[in-house]
Design a protein around this ligand. Structure first.
Ligand code: S3P
Length: 166
């Protein structure tokens, strides 16, 4: 089983992916980290050079071409499900899990904004507004996930149970 964790920046995809993979005793793959390793530069640098359009193309190629082990947990970038047919592809090739979180909670968790080019320059007020707007755009994609779970105070045991009991 390939488990794709999706959701907005700051909802805890990378941390939960690691914890879930440890519980399932399988590898964890962080697609943003794969891109950074592959390209030899940060996501912020890639954005600066190729723009968001270039990043989205690379992100899609990485999603579809990665040699996934049979069983693994994959943390995706926050925008990935919302471009091209990525959401459909993940639903066809694995189990998708939306880690849902309220905008105010996301703001309080997004301390380290420098590495996230879309929000690097924002203060808390701007960020809250940005998240609210983006969620209107992104929720139609995120909510196509096969499992939707409230990610606030979520522990890995409950996450595992939600996935295995579906
Ligand atoms: C993005 C989220 C980031 C990264 C890029 C764009 C987005 O990943 O892919 O900065 O569009 O929401 P995280 O969700 O892991 O921060």
């Amino acid at each position: 089983m390939k488990i794709f964790l999706i959701g907005f920046m700051g909802c805890g995809k990378s941390t939960k992916a690691k914890q879930l993979a440890a519980r399932l005793d399988c590898p964890v793959i962080d697609l943003d980290a794969v891109i950074v390793a592959q390209e030899g530069r940060t996501i912020a640098d890639y954005f600066a050079e190729h723009g968001e359009v270039g990043f989205r193309k690379l992100e899609q190629q990485t999603l579809k071409n990665y040699a996934y082990p049979e069983t693994c947990v994959i943390a995706t970038g926050g925008g990935l499900p919302c471009f091209f047919d990525n959401m459909q592809w993940m639903n066809a090739n694995g189990t998708t899990v939306y880690l849902q979180m309220e905008p105010v909670a996301l703001v309080s968790r997004l301390h380290n904004r420098q590495k996230r080019p879309l929000i690097a320059h924002m203060d808390d007020v701007q960020l809250l507004e940005f998240i609210q707007q983006k969620l209107v755009e992104r929720n139609p994609f995120y909510t196509q996930a096969q499992v939707i779970i409230d990610a606030f105070d979520l522990d890995a045991e409950r996450l595992e149970a939600a996935i295995t009991s579906r």
